[in-house]
Design a protein around this ligand. Structure first.
Ligand SMILES: *Cc1c(COP(=O)(O)O)cnc(C)c1O
Length: 371
């Protein structure tokens, strides 16, 4: 069986440094808000190229804390609209609606699978105050066009960078392109902890300060609570693990691109569409958190691959606007045919830095034989 993602093998590949970091942390006697977290925040901010990094408990919290902070700072108000891609993991929307903001979902572009910039422009209303872009599947979603749209409309630009750690846009990394970015260190992400973890990056000192306050019960000064905050923190063990892994992230992403390139060049099956084929080429900045293919009659194709020993996953079978939790509350102002089509046809095939060449070749062989 070729697993979709072999987390054990990934973490073994960081030994013995990972064990040493765990032991160091355990023996330090300090488990929260200590030197590992401080060190990681500094190193991650430097890596991303942002002035500030504030760590927190997970990626959803990171995004939620950004929107909550903008509300506390008076830069957003409950009831304001936030434009967001319909084709995303539901967490992007949950962060928005949790804060009393209105997620306005916009359909995907059929080639990039990301927000369609023309449809985004059509979604603008006087209540629009922010845009959330998602670097979905590890592919950059930022563009000069989106930046201009935000600037002209005086809109905040928030990046969901949960799937794109290490992704480049020109000289900059995603996570440093908008006003603020949410990051996830969920174990399966490109930079994964050994449990949950997340962070906010931003150049905005006021925002960073507010995120830190809200993530610490709403308090900046001991026993003084100016806001009704929450408890959301990255623990020392996770920070220590991430500090071991961060220095190898670029190399791991290179290996992901190498596998993607091989898939792009060798998957030949009339039933399968490969999105953005140009991005398998050298010099591409996509970090291929996932390798999505689009397949007609996807469920039977997935079953055939499973039978032949290839594990795959679907990202995602039901888009947020069709979920029960949003069915009655989400304003769906435009049809979303591309998003709904992606949900029917998307299949993610194995990709990870620890896959062997033989495994990659086997995935291609089986896909090409499955009609
Ligand atoms: C994983 C993910 C999140 C949420 O991150 P968690 O750490 O799991 O809370 C948000 N957005 C996207 C696009 C994700 O893939």
């Amino acid at each position: 069986m070729i697993p979709f993602l072999d987390l054990k093998k990934i973490n073994e590949s960081f030994q013995p440094s990972l064990d040493a970091a765990m032991l160091r942390t355990i023996n330090s006697g300090w488990y929260l808000l200590g030197n590992e977290v401080k060190g990681f925040e500094k190193e991650y901010a430097e890596y991303i190229g942002s002035r500030h990094c504030v760590s927190c408990a997970n990626g959803l919290d990171a995004l939620t804390l950004i929107f909550r902070s903008y509300i506390e700072l008076g830069r957003l108000r409950p009831g304001d609209e936030v434009i967001v891609p319909a084709n995303t993991y539901i967490a992007t929307l949950l962060a928005i609606s949790e804060c009393g903001l209105i997620p306005v979902v916009v359909d995907a572009d059929p080639v990039t699978l990301q927000i369609d910039s023309e449809k985004m422009k059509a979604a603008l209303t006087p209540k629009t105050k922010a845009v959330a872009i998602v670097h979905l599947y590890g592919r950059n979603a930022y563009s000069e066009e989106i930046a201009r749209f935000c600037k002209e409309g005086n809109l905040l630009l928030v990046e969901d960078n949960a799937q794109a750690a290490g992704c480049r846009y020109g000289m900059h990394l995603t996570g440093s392109l908008g006003d603020a970015a949410g990051h996830s260190f969920y174990p399966g992400k490109n930079l994964g902890a050994l449990g949950d973890g997340g962070a906010v990056t931003t150049d905005d000192s006021e925002l960073a300060r507010m995120v830190r306050i809200l993530a610490f019960y709403g308090s900046e000064k001991k026993y003084v609570f100016d806001y009704c905050g929450r408890n959301s923190r990255l623990d020392e063990i996770q920070a220590a693990a991430l500090r071991v892994k961060l220095p190898r992230l670029d190399k791991d992403n290179d290996r992901r691109r190498e596998i993607a390139r091989y898939y792009q060049q060798n998957i030949r099956n009339p039933r399968v569409t490969l999105p953005y084929p140009e991005e398998g080429k050298a010099g591409s900045d996509n970090v291929f958190h996932l390798f999505p293919i689009l397949v007609a009659d996807r469920d039977s194709f997935q079953a055939a691959l499973t039978e032949k020993g290839i594990q795959t996953l679907i990202h995602y079978p039901i888009p947020p606007h069709l979920q029960k939790c949003y069915r009655e509350t989400l304003p769906v102002r435009f049809p979303l045919p591309v998003t709904e089509d992606i949900a029917l046809r998307e299949l993610s095939i194995p990709i990870s830095p620890v896959m062997t060449d033989e495994e990659v070749e086997e995935v291609v062989r089986v896909i090409n034989l499955t009609h």
